[in-house]
Design a protein around this ligand. Structure first.
Ligand SMILES: Cc1ncc(COP(=O)(O)O)c(C=O)c1O
Length: 411
């Protein structure tokens, strides 16, 4: 680990305090030109004594705006202190978690996984348009049927077709023949450029796609493609639980990754993370953003610097070993659950490095679904699956109650 380590609370406090001092202080400094200020003191009392020991709350009150991307070019000088911590966060994730090379990535804290996925697809669409003079009709997004709906949403916004690749019912693996068929038909209908999105844990199943399945088919047809990994759910668990994984930047075909800190990392909402290899962000440079110092190359405009600090704080509070322990605790509980289901002869899907168990719907009576808030694959009839996500608050005690009720409801 180069960047990721555990820091004590006093050290974290000190680092954030220093960063805040390097930012503009709306209360004490004279700044006339920015359409922003600290949080309203009438409402968000900024002199409470507990703020001294709560660096994240002080950051919220001081209200830095991290508009833009701070890993390249210039940035708004008013918020240089906290932007530096966001940069450190991106370096840590690209290098220590996703196994990229040093200083070879750009990234920012987006509003969520949806934005980060759309940012990737926007970037690649523009890349194909600029470098290959591609038309919208010639570019397609391709991802599995288990992908998050942000892929068709991106298609809708960016005027691109989304091609849905079938997966095997039980294993949730991409059906290679199905992928081949879809790609060859797409070529016949005029598609030349492909934006591939592989999942590092799907929303419903926690299944992880093998990126090389896509690479093989793309290479078979000699196609130009760019590959993004949607790690919105799995990004903070799978690279840690499966250190031999190849779904990371060691794979030269993977150009960008989404990770969501507001899922597994329990960060506040508004902490999706987008990371891309250098020299790609330029394809989404908005030249018209003349009043912003530096380049506006993110889908969102203004965004809270406090969100980046929250993610930074969580990672440095745990450190890599603390986080590994936490992930292992969740995996232990998940395995406990699957052992119980095995004993009861109940069919389910689980990737053993993930904390999602998705049970075939026929095994779960509806009263148990309701009582335990299980999420169906679809709300519109013909649902075949329900999922249990073993998050931090889902303890063995809860799982044990679930199993007891499931047993009695099935008798
Ligand atoms: C795999 C995956 N991608 C993307 C998203 C979208 O994330 P957000 O809701 O943060 O926009 C989700 C959300 O559940 C997800 O599970």
């Amino acid at each position: 680990m180069k960047f990721w380590k555990k820091l004590s609370h006093p050290d974290i406090n000190k680092k954030i305090s220093r960063a805040l001092r390097e930012n503009v202080n709306f209360k004490n400094d004279t700044t006339l030109g920015i359409p922003a200020s600290k949080l309203d003191g009438e409402v968000f009392y900024d002199s409470a004594s507990f703020l001294k020991d709560a660096p994240i709350l002080r950051t919220f009150v001081q209200n830095p705006n991290h508009i833009g991307c701070h890993t390249l070019g210039e940035s708004e000088a008013f918020f240089a202190g906290t932007q530096a911590l966001e940069r450190e966060l991106i370096d840590l994730l690209a290098f220590d978690v996703l196994k990229g090379e040093d200083d070879a990535f750009d990234g920012y804290v987006a509003s969520g996984g949806t934005e980060a996925n759309i940012q990737a697809i926007w970037m690649y669409r523009n890349y194909f348009r600029r470098e290959y003079k591609a038309t919208h009709e010639e570019i397609a997004i391709i991802s599995s049927a288990d992908s998050h709906y942000s892929m068709p949403k991106a298609g809708n916004i960016l005027n691109l077709d989304w091609l849905e690749v079938p997966v095997e019912f039980k294993t949730r693996e991409i059906i290679e023949e199905g992928l081949d068929n879809i790609v060859s038909k797409a070529i016949e209908s005029g598609k030349k450029y492909f934006i591939v999105v592989a999942n590092m844990a799907t929303t419903m199943f926690g299944s992880v796609d093998d990126p090389d399945i896509y690479v093989d088919v793309m290479q078979k047809y000699n196609l130009d493609f760019k590959m993004h990994i949607d790690g919105a759910f799995g990004g903070f668990i799978y690279p840690i639980s499966n250190p031999s994984s190849t779904v990371n930047f060691r794979n030269p075909h993977i150009s960008s990754v989404t990770l969501d800190a507001h899922k597994m990392l329990q960060a506040p909402y508004g902490t999706g993370i987008f990371i891309a290899r250098k020299n790609l962000m330029k394809y989404v440079f908005t030249e018209e953003a003349q009043y912003v110092s530096g380049m506006d190359i993110t889908l969102s405009g203004s965004r809270s610097g406090a969100n980046a600090i929250a993610v930074w704080m969580i990672l440095f509070t745990y450190g890599p070993f603390g986080w590994l322990e936490k992930i292992n605790k969740l995996l232990y509980r998940t395995t406990w659950l699957t052992n119980q289901l095995d004993d009861m002869g109940i069919r389910y899907f689980r990737d053993e490095k993930m904390n999602i168990v998705t049970v075939e719907a026929e095994f779960i009576p509806v009263e148990v679904v309701k009582k335990y808030g299980l999420v169906p694959q679809t709300h519109s009839g013909n649902n075949k699956w329900y999922k249990v996500v073993v998050m931090d608050h889902v303890e063995l005690d809860d799982l044990e109650k679930f199993i007891v009720d499931l047993k009695s409801a099935r008798q």
